[in-house]
Design a protein around this ligand. Structure first.
Ligand SMILES: [Zn+2]
Length: 95
């Protein structure tokens, strides 16, 4: 299982990141690109907003995904937004 962080090149509805969870990340990313994954990424596709896979946590579980989604500060974990992101460890630890 992999938790992943997608960084939008332009903010959409004040959101700049999407946190997801996938068993097979490449398949999931393909769905996102095709617009058949998360709704917000389908909207990015429709509006021509580019996005990149910024970071992944291999072996992470849904609890960690929920924790990232709840913290509402995904930028802190995003190496595109924060050059120190890779050194940062959330409270409770990363998997
Ligand atoms: Zn970012």
């Amino acid at each position: 299982m992999t938790v992943y962080l997608i960084h939008f090149q332009t903010a959409l509805h004040h959101a700049r990141h999407y946190v997801g969870f996938a068993r097979r990340l490449q398949d999931r990313l393909t769905h996102h690109r095709q617009g058949s994954g998360a709704r917000i990424l389908a909207v990015c596709n429709e509006r021509g907003i580019g996005y990149d896979l910024a970071r992944t946590w291999e072996g992470a579980g849904r609890d960690f995904e929920r924790k990232l989604k709840r913290c509402k500060n995904a930028a802190r974990y995003c190496p595109v937004c924060n050059v120190h992101a890779r050194e940062y460890r959330p409270k409770g630890g990363e998997p």
